[in-house]
Ligand binder design. Sequence first.
Ligand SMILES: [Zn+2]
Length: 70
Amino acid sequence: MADRYVLNLNQQSNGDYEVHKAGCYYFPKSNYDELGNHYGCSSAVAEAKRKHPYKQINGCKTCAEACHTS
Ligand SMILES: [Zn+2]
C-alpha cells in the first residue's frame, strides 16, 4: 500500500528540507507541501526535488531512513 508523503517547508538547522511519511513523529503540523502517495521514500524524495528544484531535500531520519543522507 502506498503511503502519503509531504515535504516539510520549515528548513532544518543544517539547511535541509525533510520528506516525511504520514504517521511520523516529526510529521509537520503546518507549512508543508503534499507529495502525494508513494510506495517508498525514494519516489517521494524524487517528487519533492521535482517540485522544489532549488531546495536541499533529504529524507527524514526517523520515517525515511533509507533516503536520509545528512
Ligand atoms: Zn519523518
